[in-house]
Design a protein around this ligand. Structure first.
Ligand SMILES: Nc1ncnc2c1ncn2[C@@H]1O[C@H](COP(=O)(O)OP(=O)(O)OP(=O)(O)O)[C@@H](O)[C@H]1O
Ligand SMILES: [Mg+2]
Length: 240
């Protein structure tokens, strides 16, 4: 059994069925890629797994570390080690990145001293020293927001990280940093689900599996070569 097991998940949003029976398994310490055309349901899957209240699970089950978390609220899932890096990280005025992360880490039983050390080290790791005292994502550039998501993952050390397009809009140096952060997390045991449109980031990473989502179904599973097949031939060809 994988650290995250998704079984026959059917999800509706505003009464519309978006995910139509998704099953997948994520392994500890492995990086799994999730690709698929715009609107195929990738972010919907990430939100449903994280417990977003607008994304209703009509059928199916989610198991984290063998525990059924299908009905748990988002904070309980997070406390058990599930992390979501947003495609569009929200700006939260009045809340400092440091405070936000300190409280989140305390909820994950991270002692304060350890947090301080890891926070400063992680700011340096992602070249974000100047952003450390700023409000959460407020006025951050697109690339800075993506690095901020990765910084949160690095400090919280989740069991499972769902990363929704961490590479979108990121420059070449940023991409290397983000890939390094993902690789490190996996090396330390995190199971990663990396949602992306681009095989470019996959070149920097040891990918164990690629899933292709289309119209709410997983239509293909394969190795990293599948990402290149998509790049060359498009989704039409991959659908078969
Ligand atoms: N809150 C919502 N209200 C209404 N429709 C929604 C909502 N969230 C998602 N959808 C619809 O669900 C479908 C899947 O959207 P989703 O964001 O999951 O796609 P995606 O695969 O992440 O696409 P992209 O590659 O563009 O990020 C789309 O048709 C979208 O319009
Ligand atoms: Mg999306």
């Amino acid at each position: 059994m994988g650290i995250l097991e998704v079984r026959d998940l059917v999800v509706t949003v505003e009464g519309k069925k978006i995910l139509k029976g998704i099953s997948l398994s994520l392994e500890k310490g492995k990086i799994h890629a999730l690709m698929g055309p715009n609107g195929s349901g990738k972010s919907t899957l990430a939100f449903a797994l994280a417990g977003h209240p607008d994304y209703l699970i009509e059928e199916g089950r989610i198991f984290l570390n063998s525990e059924d978390i299908t009905k748990l609220p988002p904070h309980e899932r997070a406390r058990r080690g599930l992390f979501l890096g947003f495609q569009y990280p929200p700006e939260v005025e009045g809340v400092r990145l440091r405070e936000f992360l300190r409280l989140a880490a305390a909820n994950c039983h991270e002692p304060f001293c350890e947090f301080q050390k890891l926070y400063l080290e992680s700011l340096a790791y992602f070249r974000m020293d100047e952003l450390g005292e700023r409000e959460l994502n407020v006025g951050f550039s697109g690339g800075e927001k993506k690095r901020s998501e990765l910084l949160q993952m690095r400090v919280l050390r989740p069991k499972v990280a769902l990363l929704d397009e961490p590479d979108s809009g990121v420059d070449v140096d940023g991409l290397r940093l983000i890939a390094a952060g993902i690789e490190e997390a996996a090396r330390l045991g995190t199971a990663v689900l990396l949602i992306t449109h681009y095989p470019r980031i996959l070149e920097h990473l040891p990918i164990s599996k690629v899933f292709v989502l289309d119209d709410g179904h997983i239509v293909r599973e394969g190795g990293p070569e599948l990402a290149w097949e998509i790049e060359r031939s498009g989704y039409e060809a991959v659908r078969g």
